[in-house]
Design a protein around this ligand. Structure first.
Ligand SMILES: Cc1cc2nc3c(=O)[nH]c(=O)nc-3n(C[C@H](O)[C@H](O)[C@H](O)COP(=O)(O)O)c2cc1C
Length: 194
């Protein structure tokens, strides 16, 4: 178990783990709870961490363009991420501003998907639609419309602006906060009372 001794090691560790998690389906940070404001309510949901760009401070997730979290998505809207590692007792909270991936790069990504992945976006009903009583869960009938599915696929690149890291440990809990300093092009950090 890591014991965080030096402040900036915590930021380095966190980004290393995030990068690892985006490639490793077994990593505890492979999924995160992501929250945003939807019509004046804070909504949370689990998402899969699909990609991480450490240098650009970007976390990526995929979603259905019709889902509540992005309907509508104001420009530069804020998304908050929560990761938890139950073995190391580390909680990581991140604040970010989200940008939608543009159409060219979206199409490029889509072309790499297999049919199974594309099916996730092919349902005629939008996520959250009430289903009829006979139909307890959606089943695809006949051929699926992959052109339609493509228009439902959406990618959010969330640029991280601050981080709050907490580790519970028998030798003493530790909490650190980091804020991206645009002017200095680096993370500024501080220890916090856990
Ligand atoms: C293990 C797991 C992984 C999930 N991954 C995603 C994901 O990557 N993207 C996504 O939009 N929804 C994902 N979901 C579904 C969301 O948690 C959520 O139910 C859905 O996106 C609707 O959220 P919304 O109504 O807040 O938009 C996942 C759910 C689970 C249980």
């Amino acid at each position: 178990m890591e014991v965080f001794g030096r402040l900036m090691d915590i930021s380095t560790y966190s980004w290393q783990q995030l990068a690892r998690a985006s490639k490793d389906i077994k990593h505890p940070w492979r999924t995160a709870v992501v929250a945003n404001n939807v019509e004046q309510r804070v909504l949370q949901r689990t998402v899969v961490l699909r990609d991480v760009d450490v240098n650009m401070r970007i976390l990526r997730f995929y979603t259905d363009a019709r889902s509540a979290k992005v309907q509508p998505i104001p420009e530069k809207s804020t998304f908050s991420w929560l990761f938890y590692d139950p073995d190391r007792l580390i909680q990581l909270r991140l604040q970010s501003t989200a940008n939608l991936l543009g159409p060219d790069r979206l199409s490029e990504l889509w072309s790499q998907f297999d049919e199974k992945a594309k099916r996730d976006y092919a349902a005629v009903e939008a996520p959250g639609t009430t289903l009829s009583q006979e139909e307890t869960y959606p089943k695809f009938k006949g051929t699926i419309d992959l052109i339609h599915a493509r228009t439902n696929f959406c990618v959010l690149d969330c640029e991280v602006t601050s981080m709050d890291v907490l580790q519970l440990h028998k030798t003493g809990h530790r909490r650190a906060s980091f804020t991206w300093e645009e002017r200095n092009n680096k993370w500024g950090g501080a220890w916090l009372m856990p």
